[in-house]
Design a protein around this ligand. Sequence first.
Ligand code: G1P
Length: 297
Amino acid sequence: MPRKVTKAIFPVAGLGTRFLPATKSVPKEIMTLVDRPLVQYAIDEARAAGIKEFIFVTSRGKSALEDYFDHSPVLEQELRKKGKTELLEILKSTNMESGAIAYIRQHKALGLGHAVWCARRLIGDEPFAVMLPDDVIAGEMPCLQQMVEAYKETGGNMVAAMEVPPEKTSSYGVLDVLDDMGSIVSVKAMVEKPKVNEAPSNLAVIGRYILSPSVLANLNRMKAGSGGEIQLTDAIAQDIGTGNGVYGYRFRGQRFDCGSKAGFLQATVAFGLAREDLREDLSRYLREMIQLDQAAE
Ligand code: G1P
């Protein structure tokens, strides 16, 4: 059985320009999805998958993110005093164990591969997960946990995968499938953001990875790829045909692209409707809106 995955890298150095002006002062990762910051969803998913060490690759202007993960004794004391036990529990559930989080700065925006490489010394020689908090995945079993289960069988490298409309493939890393075994596929090539007519398939990489430390060694030698950036996809692809191999995993669940405004809004509605305390009001409002919209047409 492959070694247990206990470390995860969260690349959060991006400027979040698609969400300006909000991201002028608020890091995109702590923008609120219903009532929790985006990054909390990724953290909860990682915890469910058995991750114990959380490595954030950050950049200038992300100190609000570090503050978010700090304990807040004054607030906790206040809630305790007022007997607000429910809120206290919510707050406590976001507390991280001392020493469980590390922050590394990516000093230059050289791409996702470079961001992951910046964490290499904290990973050492063991398999690790990478989670892109922009990709929020709702599922009965959290996506990374599904992957950890599948990875026990395959070892090597595993990327979350999902069929996307063919005209959208140019926004993703895309898999060229060697052997399709259903939820697991073995991969013979992968291309970062191919031109639509050059995409090897419509099976796209989604932001969850379980990687072998050999990918970090590959990144040591990596040259800029698509968009002039050092691409994680290219470094993973270098493991194809080695003892490690690369697998795609078709997860069960719904993925929201919270890196886009439309995706963020859709996630807000979906997660809102999934909440017992909000469902009734929200769904009534949505029905009214749809009726108004139809009447106007
Ligand atoms: C990144 C990866 C890409 C992957 C995508 C998933 O791209 O480089 O391979 O398909 O995440 O969200 P980005 O969206 O950061 O440009």
